[in-house]
Design a protein. Structure first.
Length: 185
């Protein structure tokens, strides 16, 4: 009906057809099984995440993300999903921004220079791995007791598959990113 209202008046708009009767589904019988256990997180209460999430506001462009990613005096570099032009707000964007920053640092760093990375989330861990592979002396500073940032796996014997407490969804084309992040878990 909505699409019909958006079409021009000529040719004439056809009348909508009546919806066929839905298939009757049986009402479940018996008791609903009780859950074995459940798990709930509250990122708003996390002292490090503080409820952080990334959104791409309507009307924003890659220019804003490029501004966030701009280095300061070729000494301070910024990575993270909010700085990703191609994949903003995603784990893949965070990992790729770490790779971008690693390349930028490698371009300006001198032999023997020590590098500090603040945060072992997806972007920081990715940058650190690339820089270490390139032979740099890297120190990672992380507030939590695990790497991965908001990628947080709940280790518990009650769950056959460990639940994720944070960001976890990767697209089908992100298998390389998924395999790298599995090493952090």
């Amino acid at each position: 009906m909505l699409l019909a209202s958006c079409t021009p008046d000529s040719p004439p708009v056809p009348d909508p057809t009546k919806t066929r009767q839905p298939t009757v589904t049986p009402t479940p019988v018996g008791e609903v099984p009780a859950p074995k256990s459940f798990f709930r997180t509250s990122w708003a209460e996390d002292p490090f995440a503080r409820g952080a999430l990334s959104i791409t506001p309507a009307g924003s462009t890659s220019t804003e993300r490029q501004a966030l990613a701009a280095a300061l005096m070729e000494r301070v570099f910024f990575a993270g999903e909010a700085t990703s032009v191609e994949r903003p707000g995603t784990i893949a964007g965070a990992v790729r921004s770490g790779e971008r920053v690693a390349g930028e640092i490698a371009d300006v760093a001198e032999d023997g220079e020590r590098i500090a990375i603040v945060g072992a989330g997806a972007a920081g861990a990715s940058a650190a791995a690339r820089l270490i592979d390139a032979g740099f002396d890297v120190t990672v500073i992380e507030a939590r007791d695990y790497a991965g940032g908001r990628l947080a796996t709940q280790r518990d014997d009650d769950w056959p598959v460990p639940p994720q407490r944070g960001a976890w969804l990767l697209g089908a084309d992100d298998t390389e990113v998924a395999s790298r992040m599995a090493l952090l878990g």
